[in-house]
Ligand binder design. Structure first.
Ligand code: NAD
Length: 483
């Protein structure tokens, strides 16, 4: 049996002060395979004492780690990148088993995460301050950039490896330490991250991993006086709650929240290419992607051709277990997401929407929902106003530039956006007009380690990746000195 099909799921644990801690009488949570509903693992929850131990370890470790040489941090991050690549097949298999995405997507996620570690290894050696010329002779004015302190990070289940690694490498590279709570539903990738850092020589206490009831753990960690910074990836309502609590305690936040990304296809675009690319992007990870193109606006002349091509891709996708190598779309990660998809379809149906492809759950074991295309949904329908976070693609018509910009910008979200046009004038105008943290024109090119990833409006604030990546983990200290 090869690595893809071997049904082995790794042991799960907490990781506190350099030690992997098994259940040992703690509360445990079942981990399910979303493709079958079978229990594949048991995840220990952290007790109050465990959370205190993790905070104390991170606090202790910070006292030395924040003074570590960037060269030392860089070496550890580089070693971690090598180990991620070496272990990618087994980490990816764990992701497919507990989260459901096709193995090839899981493997790409881990390899992309390794690049993040490598890029942060390079970039952490270039965290520079500056010298400001003085007004008075004999004065030296220095701007120092120092690590902010202990961070608390909360990461979601849709990219269990990638969402966690972005936070870990940014914090570690900046000289911070952290307590990380990963996704309880899909925990294996985050345990693998802790194992890699332990093996790469990261000192005990720099990275601590805890699990539990999300609201209880986040509340406890954010309130701790030890924690100076919060980083969260997840939904807008939860992000707002965490940011409000952090704000009341004057703690810095990075918030990577949901989106509802408009994809605008102009008449002059390469229509077939746009349809193919957007359909493949849309159904990647069963649509459970915060930057998924989730509202397709197509100009009138291009509409029929675009719809045909998009529907052709959607209806040709093979849906099944992510371990099956022909599978192009896996199950939804949670059982509860299936009725959520049905409620989007019901609402669209009541509002005049027409299902062109799919439109229903796939009966049998597992949380499968058919790749779906819906047209003629009004702008105030649920599908056009709330992030579906699933494999449903609404496709609607527009007439002109100003109209589509108004409609695209009408929601409180502002994460990713897409536009397809052969006119450079249109391309520049749309890039300027769209209210989003990221704009893709004529291709998909975001979420690379060297480019900033982040949103505006309700989609949050702060960037992960790019040279901006360390900004959220550093504070500025000004020193003026008369000799
Ligand atoms: P949810 O809001 O219940 O949870 C989203 C994530 O946040 C989960 O990983 C969850 O464990 C965590 N979480 C929930 N409450 C928390 C709290 N009080 N403290 C800390 N962490 C907490 O939503 P869901 O049903 O799991 O997922 C669906 C929605 O989540 C989608 O509509 C999407 O907007 C959002 N989501 C976004 C991303 C992203 O990449 N931005 C990732 C996953 C989910």
């Amino acid at each position: 049996m090869d690595i893809v099909t071997a049904p082995v799921y790794p042991d799960l644990s907490l990781f506190i002060d350099g030690i992997f801690i098994a259940a040992d009488g703690r509360v445990q949570q079942d981990v399910l395979n979303p493709a079958t509903g079978a229990v594949i693992g048991k995840l220990p929850h952290a007790s109050r004492e465990d959370l205190d131990a993790a905070l104390a370890a991170a606090d202790r470790a910070f006292k030395t780690w924040h003074r570590s040489s960037p060269v030392e941090r860089s070496k550890i991050l580089r070693r971690a990148a090598d180990l991620f690549r070496e272990r990618a097949p087994e980490i990816a298999r764990g992701i497919t088993l507990d989260m459901g995405k096709p193995y090839a997507e899981a493997l790409a996620e881990v390899m992309g995460g390794a690049e993040h570690a490598e890029w942060h290894a390079e970039e952490c050696r270039r965290i520079y301050g500056r010298v400001i010329p003085p007004r008075i002779d004999g004065v030296r004015q220095l701007v120092l950039r120092e690590p902010i302190g202990v961070c608390a990070a909360f990461t979601p289940w849709n990219f269990p490896f990638n969402q966690a690694i972005r936070k870990v490498v940014a914090a570690i590279g900046a000289g911070c330490t952290l307590v990380l709570k990963g996704p309880e539903d899909a925990p294996s990738a985050v345990v693998a991250i802790a194992r890699v850092f332990a093996d790469a020589g990261l000192p005990a206490g720099c990275l601590n991993l805890v699990w539990g009831v999300p609201a209880e753990v986040s509340d406890y960690l954010i309130r701790s006086p030890v924690v100076r910074k919060i980083s969260f990836t997840g939904s807008v309502p939860v992000g707002k709650q965490l940011a409000a609590l952090a704000g009341s305690l004057m703690k810095r936040c990075t918030m990577e929240l949901g989106g509802h990304s408009p994809a605008i296809v102009f008449d002059d675009a390469d229509i077939d290419r746009a349809a193919e690319l957007l359909a493949n992007m849309k159904y990647r990870n069963a649509g459970q992607v915060c930057v998924s193109p989730s509202r397709m606006y197509v100009q009138e002349q291009a509409y029929d051709r675009f719809l045909d091509k998009f529907a052709q891709v959607a209806s040709g996708l093979k849906v099944g277990s992510g371990l099956d190598k022909d599978t192009r779309m896996g199950p939804l990660a949670h059982q509860k997401r299936v009725p959520t998809m049905e409620s989007f379809i019901d609402d669209a149906d009541q509002r005049g929407g027409k299902v062109v492809v799919g439109g229903a759950r796939i009966e049998g074991d597992g949380n499968f929902f058919a790749p779906t295309v819906i047209t003629d949904v009004p702008d105030d329908s649920r599908l056009m106003t709330q992030e579906p976070f699933g494999p449903i693609a609404p496709i609607v018509r527009f007439k002109d530039f100003d109209e589509v910009v108004r409609r695209a910008n009408s929601l409180p979200y502002g994460l990713a956006s897409y536009a397809f046009t052969r006119s450079s004038r249109n391309a520049t105008a749309i890039a300027n007009a769209i209210e989003a943290g990221m704009v893709n024109i004529n291709h998909f090119g975001i979420a690379l380690s060297e480019t900033p990833f982040g949103g505006v409006k309700d989609s949050g604030y702060g960037s992960e990746g790019g040279t901006e990546t360390f900004d959220g983990y550093l504070v500025t200290k000004f020193v003026t000195q008369l000799n």
